[in-house]
Design a protein around this ligand. Structure first.
Ligand SMILES: C[S@@+](CC[C@H](N)C(=O)[O-])C[C@H]1O[C@@H](n2cnc3c(N)ncnc32)[C@H](O)[C@@H]1O
Length: 321
């Protein structure tokens, strides 16, 4: 069965979504088996993501703007996947304000629609932030669903919380799935919750507690203390619960933001890139080292948690069988 569902991945980033789709990895002692998807083409316009991706996947990612992709050059395939860029829909996007589909970036889902219309694969999976549901005063989401339906798909969507699917993080993401065939659509069900609940303690690297570079300076702590009551900043995480959502600006993580941080022996510290990757459910075997730490944080923070994606992909494969 492996490799029988030919897949094109747009906006593939460092490959969180694609790793979940292909499967065949272990995370915290559990095996996530190989699934029948085979990535035959992957595209992202960020050369640093491409570099990480290419260290980890057989099919190499092309550094390219999806808008320049010529559908005449594409072979036939079965599934289109894409976590189209989310900055314009994100609730944390205040500067610039949330423009939703009025922003160039917010219109990139149209690239998925364009390819679906031309190539008519059997199914697609799109992913985005929770803010997509409320962007443009609630008008963006029905418009997006309508565009996918007009492209010829029966569409279903759900807001999933990663912590219910084996990931130690309360990341909420909208998953939109479409099938050309009504029978595939009728039998599809979103995955059940994984029995195993992972918490932050499962992925923390105790050895980082002895490295000064991960701790915030005294000055940063004093600054945060001055505004903490008012602004609920310095979001210390409970090790026995899933972590709050980590974001793509982890490299610039601050005590004066809503970023999750750790409190160790009376001091505040940030997550290491390896911890951030584990919070996102990347296996320890996934290679990030070909780019700088700040690029690693960005790619990791942008990714779809592979373990959550694996659970979704397994159900899509069953429906397409
Ligand atoms: C939310 S991230 C996708 C993460 C990916 N799904 C994963 O799981 O790792 C969105 C990606 O879209 C890429 N991107 C943004 N605009 C693009 C464009 N015009 N063409 C190609 N890629 C683009 C960004 O570089 C970023 O990696």
């Amino acid at each position: 069965m492996a490799g029988t569902i030919k897949t094109i991945s747009l906006f593939c980033g460092c490959g969180g979504m694609d790793l979940g789709l292909e499967g065949g990895f272990s995370y915290l002692g559990k095996k996530y088996s190989k699934l029948p998807f085979q990535i035959i083409k992957a595209i992202d316009n960020d050369p640093f993501c491409t570099k990480i991706y290419n260290e980890n996947f057989k099919t190499k990612c092309e550094t390219q703007d999806v808008r320049r992709l010529n559908t005449n050059d594409l072979k036939d395939f079965d599934l289109l996947v894409g976590g189209f860029p989310c900055q314009s829909f994100s609730i944390s996007a205040q500067n610039p304000p949330r423009l939703g589909y009025k922003d160039d970036n917010g219109r990139l889902f149209f690239e998925m629609v364009r390819i679906l219309k031309k190539k008519r694969p059997k199914a697609f999976i799109a992913e985005n932030v929770k803010g997509l549901l409320s962007a443009n005063k609630g008008m963006a989401f029905p418009m997006i669903i309508n565009e996918f339906e007009k492209a010829g798909y029966h569409v279903v969507h759900k807001l999933l919380i990663a912590s219910k699917y084996g990931v130690p993080q309360r990341r909420e993401r909208v998953i939109i799935i479409g099938f050309r065939n009504k029978r595939n659509f009728n039998v599809f069900e979103f995955p059940d919750e994984e029995q195993e609940k992972r918490v932050l303690r499962d992925v923390i690297d105790e050895s980082a507690n002895t490295e000064e570079k991960w701790f915030f300076s005294e000055k940063a702590v004093v600054g945060m203390m001055n505004v903490r009551e008012k602004m609920n900043k310095g979001r210390v995480q409970d090790l026995d619960k899933p972590c709050n959502t980590i974001s793509s600006h982890l490299a610039k993580v601050s005590l004066n933001s809503t970023d999750p941080v750790l409190f160790v022996d009376g001091r505040y510290r940030r997550f290491t890139p390896a911890e951030a990757a584990r919070i996102q459910s990347f296996p320890d075997s996934f290679l990030f080292g070909s780019v700088s730490q700040s690029k690693q944080y960005k790619a990791i923070g942008n990714a779809v948690p592979p373990v959550m994606m694996w659970n979704i992909a397994k159900k899509v494969a069953e429906a397409m069988r």
